[in-house]
Design a protein around this ligand. Structure first.
Ligand SMILES: C[S@@+](CC[C@H](N)C(=O)[O-])C[C@H]1O[C@@H](n2cnc3c(N)ncnc32)[C@H](O)[C@@H]1O
Length: 221
């Protein structure tokens, strides 16, 4: 699916979130700042927006992995254009079988990716495996606002506006209705933290963004 929509992904991403997704990625980076990570793995990196933002943490290396060749192609071009290829590299790989040795990354991140993982628990266990001791995982994902009127407004936006506009611009009939359905069905809040704990993460917490429309979930190995 992401191979099909890769060329319109960046535009629609910023368009649907009114550009707030940039602020959300910034928050992920801010939360990881005290850790001062030298090596970062960005999983489901897509077109590399979060990996590029993570350069602000001054790490020695950032590796982005994703299963979609077309998303990575766009990411690679962005990294080259920004002269960041000495820090950021990409590899086509699945979150459920991360092709790296254990305990080698100080931080791991996933932005808008966990919702798409075929095997969430196996992927979280794999991320735990490749992190160093005391390494941190930060996950940015849509969540459901719990309070009136944001809950109702957001539901309308998700189920009516996004599928319609997404279909017209990306020319993919199902991709953006999938987005709505998957956001509503995905575990958020405490339920998601339980999955992180099951994989072994401790000191887990949720940081809500923009009335709970998105959240950053953090855990430590
Ligand atoms: C919504 S995009 C997010 C991209 C990027 N992180 C961002 O913030 O814009 C989700 C990405 O997850 C990738 N993906 C889905 N399942 C995956 C998996 N099991 N392993 C690695 N990447 C995966 C897709 O190919 C897609 O590029």
């Amino acid at each position: 699916m992401f191979d099909n929509i890769a060329s319109s992904y960046d535009f629609l991403n910023h368009f649907f979130s009114f550009g707030i997704d940039h602020l959300w990625r910034r928050k992920v980076v801010k939360l990881l700042k005290p850790l001062n990570p030298a090596s970062i793995l960005d999983i489901a990196t897509g077109t590399g927006d979060l990996a590029i933002r993570e350069v602000k943490l001054n790490p020695e290396k950032i590796i982005g992995i994703d299963i979609s060749k077309n998303m990575l192609k766009i990411g690679k071009a962005k990294v080259l254009a920004a002269n960041l290829d000495h820090i950021i590299s990409f590899k086509q790989a699945d979150s459920a079988e991360i092709p790296f040795d254990e305990s080698i990354f100080d931080a791991a991140t996933v932005a808008f990716g966990v919702r798409n993982f075929e095997d969430l628990d196996k992927s979280l266990a794999e991320i735990f495996r490749v992190l160093t001791k005391n390494g941190q995982l930060a996950i940015l994902e849509f969540s459901m606002p719990e309070k009136f009127p944001f809950k109702q407004l957001y539901k309308f936006y998700l189920t009516k506006i996004i599928p319609l506009v997404g279909k017209v611009i990306s020319k993919d009939v199902s991709a953006y209705s999938y987005l709505s359905v998957s956001i509503s069905a995905f575990p958020s809040g405490e339920k998601f933290l339980d999955h992180m704990k099951k994989a072994g993460f401790t000191k887990t917490f949720q940081h809500r963004l923009t009335f709970g429309v998105a959240s950053v979930y953090v855990g430590t190995k």
